[in-house]
Design a protein around this ligand. Structure first.
Ligand SMILES: Nc1nc2c(c(=O)[nH]1)N[C@H]1C(S)=C(S)[C@@H](COP(=O)(O)O)O[C@H]1N2
Ligand SMILES: [Mo]
Length: 556
């Protein structure tokens, strides 16, 4: 067990309530039932009423000479590389999911509207219940990392491994089409569909169809499922993943619409993972059931021997290596999290900076889109200063704006309101996975920048809160000056046409719409213009970046 947690961390990372729970809503259960009836049920009906259909694999006796023979080395290599990274991606994805263990189709994530939840907790409505409180413990056997509230570390693993998975996939597909191996996977006639169904009827009614030697041919169902895994699941996974990014969602609003909205994309992203899992389980079971030793020689040694056990041993070694790496990954997660954060920044930080971070948010949502519910995050400020200000409706509040500027100022809410106001209806994207649409009214940061006149060397703006972070210490975050000057970047004192409520960040909160929620500091007390974030806090660009290993740039 990891013993280097202090008490505050222990409460969060290894909480007392570690119950395991899966709850579908009625519609989801009905949908599952219908799918089962339409597949397995129909297969049984056909079998009982009309008997077993002809086995389409019988046709394979007429082998076409142009068909690929055997597996080349690169097929085996990319197969195992794919296995390794897919495991890392699935396990880190589960850990990300546990940080907001509810899945929806509506963008506002209203309580009780989830179609699937992994928490037994009903959302209380008699007190402020934060999304962070709602996150769950995940057994480290499944999650990378396991435990709770490690979404920063989980995302590091997810985003470090995704590029390798992608690269491997692209190389595989290129080689597939540079050789004749594509003929294994890509169906060329529609006949594949009735053929696959017929094979499915065999399996579903516990009849093994004839086994075409997989070294040379796949049966129809095998071919179509391998095809789908490569050419459907992987692209949908990528697309639905991208649709969760605030930088992308805010610029290309039509993209998440492919899945309904951001939560639809998140649900589909999960369903793709589930499809991969189901595929892996059935695939491994079939490999074992149809000649384990021989199949393992195919995919490791590229020979068709059914005598030698070498292939089986090599396969087992790869699986053991993957498991061992899982242990190492946990050790790194808890003992060297900073190196993970650095690696993730090295791989993706610059890439995002030069690509999606350049997108400018566009207005899109209308008043009717405003979410009926809006999750809350963050610890209410306990500071006496804030409480005194709140007691007097923030009439005495003065925002301090300074740092490397020509004209440092102290501004009351009234001063700010006199300087201008912009109202935007936007979608909030929390790193945990939830979202919500609200109207925000406040001063464009641009106006503040024009007033205080930052020095030419200023690159970063620091926003300090009256509130504290999860483990104590001032909550703060930094933004590039560039992002602060984008459309819809405002200091908001209004939410849904009302004065900003205390729990949502009164007197002032930040909106920088191409970034994730943790960068939108609530209960702002002070703004500072600086040349680099490195001298603030622990130097990683924000309270969550310092303590939870979140990314400096929150575009995804
Ligand atoms: N001061 C402060 N600001 C904060 C946080 C916090 O913990 N403290 N949490 C952030 C996170 S993670 C999110 S998702 C949003 C949530 O804003 P909301 O409570 O208005 O939904 O606030 C952000 N601002
Ligand atoms: Mo968040």
């Amino acid at each position: 067990m990891f013993t280097n947690f202090n008490k505050a961390e222990q409460q969060i990372r290894y909480p007392e309530d570690r119950r395991w729970f899966i709850g579908f809503n009625t519609y989801a259960l009905v949908a599952i039932l219908i799918i089962l009836l339409l597949t397995v049920g129909l297969a049984w009906f056909q079998f009982l009423a009309f008997g077993l259909p002809a086995d389409p694999s019988a046709k394979f006796h007429a082998v076409l000479l142009s068909n690929p023979t055997g597996f080349p080395v690169w097929v085996s290599l990319s197969h195992w590389v794919n296995f390794f990274f897919l495991m890392m991606i699935i396990r880190s994805g589960l850990s990300i999911l546990a940080d907001h263990p509810r899945l929806y189709w509506n963008h506002g994530c209203s309580p009780n509207s989830e179609w699937l939840r992994f928490t037994p907790i009903k959302i209380p409505n008699d007190r402020v219940y934060t999304a962070k409180e709602d996150s769950r413990y995940l057994n480290p056997v499944f999650g990378l990392p396991g435990y709770r509230h490690s979404v920063g570390i989980a995302r590091s693993w997810h985003f470090i491994t995704v590029p390798f998975f992608l690269f491997n996939g692209v190389v595989f597909i290129l080689l597939l089409f540079f050789t004749n191996q594509w003929k294994r996977l890509v169906p060329v006639t529609w006949q594949i569909i009735p053929d696959s169904w017929n094979v499915f009827v065999h399996y579903a009614t516990f009849h093994m169809p004839m086994e075409p030697n997989g070294f040379y041919h796949f049966n129809a169902l095998q071919q179509i499922s391998y095809f789908a895994v490569v050419f459907l699941l992987a692209p949908i996974a990528m697309l639905s993943g991208m649709c969760m990014s605030p930088a992308i969602e805010n610029r290309f609003h039509w993209l998440p619409k492919l899945f309904g909205n951001r939560q639809g994309a998140r649900s589909v992203h999960f369903l793709v993972m589930l499809a991969y899992l189901v595929f892996i389980i059935i695939h491994v079971a079939m490999v074992a059931a149809t000649g384990l030793v021989r199949n393992m020689n195919h995919i490791t040694l590229n020979t068709d021997s059914s005598v030698s056990y070498t292939g089986l041993y090599i396969g087992l070694c790869i699986v053991l290596f993957t498991i061992a790496f899982g242990f190492l990954a946990h050790w790194i997660s808890w003992q060297r999290p900073r190196s993970l954060q650095h690696t993730e920044a090295a791989i993706n930080g610059r890439l995002w900076l030069n690509t999606i971070n350049k997108f400018k948010p566009k207005l899109y949502y209308k008043q009717k889109d405003i979410s009926p519910y809006f999750w809350v995050n963050g610890k209410m400020p306990v500071s006496e200063t804030w409480q005194k200000l709140a007691a007097n409706k923030f009439k005495d509040f003065k925002l301090a704006v300074g740092g490397m500027v020509d004209n440092p100022v102290q501004l009351s809410l009234e001063d700010l309101q006199r300087m201008g106001k912009e109202q935007n209806i936007t979608m909030h994207h929390c790193i945990q996975g939830w979202s919500g649409i609200a109207e925000w009214g406040g001063l464009p940061i641009q106006a503040l920048v024009e007033l205080v006149k930052p020095h030419p060397s200023v690159k970063t703006v620091v926003f300090y809160s009256f509130g504290e972070g999860l483990y104590g210490g001032t909550y703060y975050d930094t933004h590039t000056l560039d992002n602060c000057l984008k459309p819809e970047s405002i200091l908001a004192w209004e939410m849904n046409y009302q004065p900003l409520p205390e729990k949502y960040g009164a007197p002032l909160r930040l909106r920088v719409e191409n970034q994730l929620g943790y960068k939108m500091v609530k209960w702002i007390c002070k703004i500072e213009f600086v040349d680099t974030h490195e001298n603030i806090g622990k130097g990683y660009g924000g309270k969550n970046e310092d303590d939870e290993y979140f990314d400096l740039l929150a575009d995804t």
